[in-house]
Write a protein that binds this ligand. Structure first.
Ligand SMILES: Cc1cc2nc3c(=O)[nH]c(=O)nc-3n(C[C@H](O)[C@H](O)[C@H](O)COP(=O)(O)O)c2cc1C
Length: 182
């Protein structure tokens, strides 16, 4: 059987503290998973959680990447067959919709649209962030470009500030939304 590679691209929101859940679920579904963090999410994993980066590397069998390689360096990861952006922050949402690529995570997901990779995004933000007038247009831009954004009844529902429920974050819905064949 051909190995299918999934890039799990995670931003700095609380579900990023629980990446072992989607990694194990995706592996169960047959994916070889590589974890890519935004620089802010990497800071949480490396400075605020003892041994977290090493745990993710041992679970995936790949280095955890968070910044662009140097031009002279070889690719550290196999090419992706699909991208799962989870948790997606409002910061990365708007930069992604605008085509900004000043982090490795944004570079992969902006280019991923043009490469026509299957992309699933699972947001995480509160209802005050959600009320910002730019949210609707950024989501529409991404959906129009073919990204599956799991927001609303069939995905993540924004919570009141400081009332998030990490146990309810719908990781499995995102895994189930990935293609079964690539
Ligand atoms: C404790 C904490 C929780 C946060 N939770 C969220 C969140 O749920 N959603 C969100 O969009 N931003 C959240 N933020 C803000 C992001 O971390 C911040 O916008 C950061 O710049 C995002 O960078 P990134 O999109 O590159 O990961 C949180 C920040 C902190 C310190």
């Amino acid at each position: 059987m051909t190995t299918r590679t999934l890039y799990l691209i995670s931003c700095a929101a609380p579900p990023a503290r629980r990446l072992e859940i989607p990694i194990r679920a995706a592996q169960q579904a047959g994916w070889d998973v590589c974890a890519i963090l935004t620089p802010a999410a990497y800071r949480w994993a490396s400075e605020d959680a003892e041994g977290e980066v090493e745990r993710l590397e041992s679970l995936t069998g790949h280095p955890v990447r968070y910044q662009y390689k140097l031009p002279s360096q070889a690719d550290a990861l196999p090419d992706p067959d699909a991208l799962l952006v989870a948790p997606l922050t409002s910061n990365t949402l708007h930069k992604w919709a605008q085509g900004i690529s000043d982090t490795l995570a944004l570079g992969l997901i902006t280019e991923g649209i043009g490469l026509q990779l299957p992309i699933v995004a699972l947001p995480h933000w509160n209802n005050a962030q959600h009320a910002h007038p730019a949210v609707e247009s950024s989501i529409t831009t991404l959906r129009t470009a073919g990204v599956t954004v799991l927001l609303g009844d069939n995905g993540f529902v924004p919570h009141r500030p400081r009332h998030g429920d990490l146990d309810a974050y719908p990781w499995q819905t995102a895994i189930d939304a990935l293609p079964t064949t690539v």
